[in-house]
Design a protein. Structure first.
Length: 237
């Protein structure tokens, strides 16, 4: 009986800090949301395509993968009045003749996961690049790869720069290339399963004209697929 009592006390002592941490995290998030609201920030208006699959994929796992949940992504707060400054903007790529589709599709506003809505690149490290035509203050980049089935794309990296050759003022906004297999440096972000929500990258107000998104194959095959790239921002002052 005494052992059971001690075990219960130990369990309670372990659970208490965890519960306290959870409450503190929630309070901190509420405070940040309130501060953002006072600054005139609002939830970003993201139009999502129809989900193509439901449930949790059980056959995909990597040691660098973010937890899989069925919960909707939390609203992303950003300044009022932002637009998708990538819509209909020029696109170039490492594969100038995609296996399937045309480069213009990557900024055409079609985010569906069906055939005819994606561009397919060859195997290996590939990238697509969007020219915003002028420097912009960027707060969020959203990427949709093929999402009609549960799959994970390797070495996803998002970079911005001031020039099309990515020489001047190059910055990495996101990278889950944890072993530097793409040769762009070791990334600290998590790999993730593709869904209709796409991947939202917090750009933090970075100023740039060019956006590049890299990948290096996926868990279903060695090819690279891009559906859409959206960039929420405003003209740089």
């Amino acid at each position: 009986m005494k052992k059971l009592y001690i075990a219960a006390v130990l369990a309670a002592s372990i659970a208490a800090p965890a519960a306290q941490a959870t409450a503190e995290d929630a309070a901190g998030e509420e405070y940040l949301n309130a501060q953002s609201a006072q600054a005139g920030w609002v939830p970003l208006d993201i139009k999502l395509p129809t989900p193509m699959f439901v449930g949790t994929p059980l056959d995909i796992w990597t040691p660098n993968m973010e937890p899989v949940t069925n919960e909707a992504r939390k609203p992303f707060l950003a300044p009022k009045g932002l637009e998708n400054v990538a819509l209909k903007k020029p696109v170039t790529g490492s594969d100038t003749q995609p296996v399937v589709g045309d480069l213009e599709q990557i900024t055409d506003g079609d985010k569906k996961g069906v055939d005819g809505s994606f561009v397919e690149f060859a195997a290996g490290v590939q990238w697509v690049q969007v020219d915003l035509l002028a420097p912009c203050e960027i707060f969020a980049v959203l990427i949709w790869h093929y999402h009609a089935e549960a799959r994970l794309y390797y070495d996803v990296t998002v970079r911005v720069a001031d020039d099309p050759d990515f020489i001047t003022n190059v910055r990495t906004l996101f990278s889950n290339d944890h072993d530097n297999s793409s040769g762009l440096g070791v990334g600290q972000d998590k790999e993730y399963i593709e869904t209709n929500e796409g991947k939202l990258v917090d750009a933090g107000g970075a100023q740039a004209r060019y956006i590049r998104v890299y990948s290096g194959g996926n868990t279903s095959n060695e090819l690279n697929h891009y559906v859409e790239v959206e960039v929420f921002g405003r003209p740089a002052e």
